[in-house]
Design a binder for this molecule. Structure first.
Ligand code: GRG
Length: 301
């Protein structure tokens, strides 16, 4: 199914806003040491969808907030996400050659530089939040909340823990759905949920709205990874910017491996329905968020 024109232009507009903020925040490619800044920019501006920052902005709008306020914080989430991709591609992890249609960071710059690129991106995410938080009209308490959200989502009990379980489970017997859900939720879902919660916090959500956004983020985050699993089976290499079929070759635990593509699609669709249900008390300000939920399971990359 094709994306509708309004959603496409919303995503394009938001993506260029995020890119503009990142472009002006980061040291230029000739700033010393030039190699690290070139390597950071290489992976960051390789054509990612910017879905996490866009979800953050849409969540901010959904509770009546102004997306300009959330923009620098949303952009910082992309720095952290790009670190995870650069490290995920390393020889010690997935050992990938292509990402976002280009050679992976370590293939381009060498392993040591790629490790440092990831480290620098992760550090820059928190530096950017602190720096932009100081400059913005956001209260220090909110800035601390954002740091807490992002730190706990990406650390050992969040994304890093999920990544470890993903690696440990590869090629192992005894695959079962609850375990797979747990891996997917931690590896991918928690950062997506954090992006949405951060948007909600910046938009001024009260406890009830924030917990509804959290429920939305949990469902949408898991659906995002199921869709990623399906794209590895059914996607097109030239659209995805990386080879397909990698998960199967590596003996990864995925939804299609466990329940088949058709049931995986149904599970993802049910999760999106449930995610949308969490937003039922939200007004039309949440329409962008609703449309992005639809996009999660209908995207081609
Ligand atoms: C701490 C050494 C160390 C490594 C961390 C945590 C981690 C490595 C990697 C994260 C795991 C990961 C890559 C999960 C997959 C999530 C996923 C679906 C990534 C692709 O995201 P998209 O589709 O990609 O948003 P673009 O390119 O559009 O940004």
């Amino acid at each position: 199914m094709k994306m509708n024109g309004n959603l496409k232009s919303y995503l394009n507009k938001r993506r260029s806003e995020v890119d503009r903020v990142l472009e002006s925040y980061l040291p230029g490619p000739t700033c010393e040491p030039a190699l690290i800044h070139e390597a950071i920019r290489y992976s960051l501006f390789a054509g990612g969808k910017r879905i996490r920052p866009i979800l953050c902005l849409a969540a901010c709008e959904s509770v009546g907030g102004r997306s300009e306020v959330a923009l620098p914080f949303a952009a910082a989430i992309e720095l952290l996400h790009t670190y995870s991709l650069v490290h995920d591609d390393l020889p010690a992890m997935d050992n990938d050659t292509y990402r976002r249609g280009k050679l992976t960071n370590h293939k381009m710059f060498g392993e040591a530089t790629a490790i440092l690129t990831g480290d620098a991106l992760l550090t820059a995410a928190f530096t950017m939040i602190a720096e932009k938080g100081l400059a913005a009209s956001v209260s220090p308490k909110k800035v601390l909340k954002i740091i807490l959200e992002l730190g706990s989502a990406s650390g050992s009990t969040g994304m890093v823990g999920g990544q470890l379980n993903d690696i440990e489970s590869q090629g192992k017997e005894g695959l079962y759905l609850e375990k797979l859900k747990e891996i997917h939720t931690h590896k991918t879902g928690v950062l997506i949920r954090a992006a949405i919660r951060i948007g909600g916090i910046l938009g001024g959500a009260g406890p009830k709205k924030l917990s509804q956004l959290t429920a939305f983020g949990e469902k949408a985050g898991l659906a995002f990874q199921i869709a990623d699993d399906i794209l590895d089976v059914e996607g097109k290499e030239e659209t995805l910017g990386k080879p397909v079929g990698n998960d199967q070759t590596r003996g990864k635990w995925t939804y299609p491996a466990l329940v088949g593509v058709s049931r995986a699609k149904k599970e993802a669709a049910v999760l999106i329905e449930e995610a949308l249900e969490s937003l039922k008390s939200f007004g039309p300000e949440a329409d962008s968020l609703r449309h992005i939920a639809y996009y999660i399971t209908h995207r081609e990359k």
